[in-house]
Structure formats: structure tokens, C-alpha cells
Design a protein around this ligand. Sequence first.
Ligand code: HEC
Ligand code: HEC
Length: 266
Amino acid sequence: MTTPEAEVTPRRGLLTKSRLITAAVVGVIVVALVVITQMLAHQAQARMVAMFPDDVVKDAALTKMAISMAKPTFASHCASCHGADMKGDQKKGAPNLADNIWLFDFGHVSDIEMTVLYGVRSGLGKSRNITDMPGLGLSGQLYPYEVKDATKYVLYLSTGKTDDQEAIKRGAAIFQDKGVCYDCHSSDAQGNSDYGAPGFTDKDWLYGGDYDTIYHSIYYGRHGKCPAWVDKLSAAQIRAMAVYLYVNSHKPTPTQSASAHDTHIG
Ligand code: HEC
Ligand code: HEC
């Protein structure tokens, strides 16, 4: 016996109808979930921006969100100078952002955020712009042979090598007197993070630690610039970036515990 057509058609109609209803319900749920997720993300971002910058890293969920927000921004806006691995580029004078050595202030989230907001020598009034590295040879303040001696002293500070003791002694005297180096780099050559003046007692270089590069820095001066981001990125993007850079530069190493996050300048 065959089923009469009259019986089949209404059933098919019913089936299609219930499928349509299911699809509509699923659709509504999906849209609602998307809207709720976006609302929650928006709320979390607003909470992150409203709090004191340094406190964000005490909240694991906000920190996680900040890192995932900042990663693509770093790749599109910062990696061209600071490198995809954040290790910097000495040809551009762009510092390594992955280590815990900071030119400016102490590397707290709030310090990093100030730099990201207003930049370094960016032309904005609030940018990091107290001083530059003067061209001490170019201006005639030091003779070329004095620049040579100062270079040898800086090399000695960073490597400990004492192959030309007389030049190193003369360079040390220039550092503390005629070159006025101590005024910006501090008399113990540890640098000064109010000025963004690097220290010379470590292996961390903005432009390079070989003889020729150091000589060039002292003779011609340096005027590194980082753009300001206050007009180009949102407050949430900038806060997220500061958190990301903080976390990334405070990763514990085998010899360093997670809590040992005191900074030094160099
Ligand atoms: C007025 C302040 C000032 C004085 C004086 C000064 N410096 Fe600097 N120096 C700086 C700043 C700021 C920088 C970082 C420049 C930059 O960020 O582009 C710098 C950078 C350098 C660098 C590059 C370091 C690197 O990591 O590549 C060297 C080398 C250097 N100074 C050596 C000297 C020596 C030696 C003297 C004295 C003969 C001296 N400076 C005097 C402010 C100063
Ligand atoms: C055009 C190249 C360029 C781009 C793009 C750039 N930077 Fe920089 N940045 C620099 C240079 C050069 C310096 C060093 C300035 C100086 O001499 O002190 C610097 C310095 C910094 C510092 C200070 C580090 C310290 O040790 O205190 C931070 C933080 C920083 N940049 C973050 C960023 C972030 C975040 C972005 C992307 C949103 C970015 N930069 C994009 C060139 C760049």
C-alpha cells in the first residue's frame, strides 16, 4: 500500500516549520551570546581603564584580556621599530622592551603608559623630553682625542677590559668634569631615568656598545624619538599595551623569582 499524498504534505510542512523555528531560536541565542560577550568585554575594558594602572596586573583575568588585546596592536604599530620579538633595533635606536631595563622611570605599568601615551621627544608637551645626548665633538666642547678617551672609558665600564689604562684614566676624568657626562649619566655611570640617559655598566645598548658606535654617540649626539600614541590608539588599547609590556618584561627567569621585579636603569 502506498501512502496517500494528502497525509505526507502537511507533515513536511510541519517539519519545515519546526526547523525554521529551531533555526530562529538558535540564531537569537547566538546573537544574544555575541552581544553579551561584547558587553562583558566592554565592561572589563572600562574597568581596566578606570583603575590605577599598576593595579591591573593584580587581576589575572584583566591581565589576560590586556595581553590578548595588545598583541595585535604591538604587531601592527610597534614591531616595525621595536622588533616582532620586542628586542629592539640598534640601527633605529629602538630599545629592547622585553628586558627589565628602562630608560624612563622604573618600568611600572604607569611609567610605561606615560611613554606610550605621549612618546619620547615626540613634539608633544607631555612627551619624555628633558634632554638629549649632546653632540660633544660637533659642538666643540670636546676635542676628537677627548672623545676617543671618553669612548675608551665607556667601553671599559661595560666590558671591564683595561687594555689602554692611560686613555681610560683620561676618559674617566673627562666623564666627571669637562664632558659633564656625570650630570646626565650619573657619576657612577648607572644612568638617570629622569632624563632617559642610559647606564654603561651593563650590556644593554640603545645604539651599540662597540668602539665606533660609542664614539659616534659622543661625537654627534643622539636624539631618539618614539611616537606618541594618545591620538592614535584608544585609552583601553594604551592601558592594555602598558600591561602587556610590563608582564613581558617581568617574566621570571630560572635565576630570578617572579616577585623580584625591581628595576634598574641601564
Ligand atoms: C645633557 C645630558 C647628557 C650629557 C651631558 C651626556 N649625555 Fe650621553 N646621553 C644622554 C641621553 C639622554 C642619551 C640617550 C639618547 C637617546 O635616547 O637618543 C645619551 C646616550 C649616550 C650614549 C649612547 C648609549 C647607548 O646605549 O647606545 C653614549 C655612549 C653616551 N650617551 C655617552 C656620553 C658621554 C661619554 C658623555 C660625556 C662625554 C655624555 N654621554 C654626556 C644624555 C647626556
Ligand atoms: C618609528 C619607530 C618606533 C615606533 C613605531 C615605536 N617606537 Fe617606541 N621607541 C622608539 C625609539 C627610537 C625609542 C627610544 C627613544 C629614546 O631615545 O629614548 C622608543 C622608546 C620606547 C619606550 C621607552 C622604553 C624605555 O626603556 O623606557 C617604550 C615603552 C616604547 N618605545 C613603546 C612603544 C610602543 C608600545 C609602540 C607601539 C604602540 C612603539 N614604541 C612604537 C621607536 C619607535
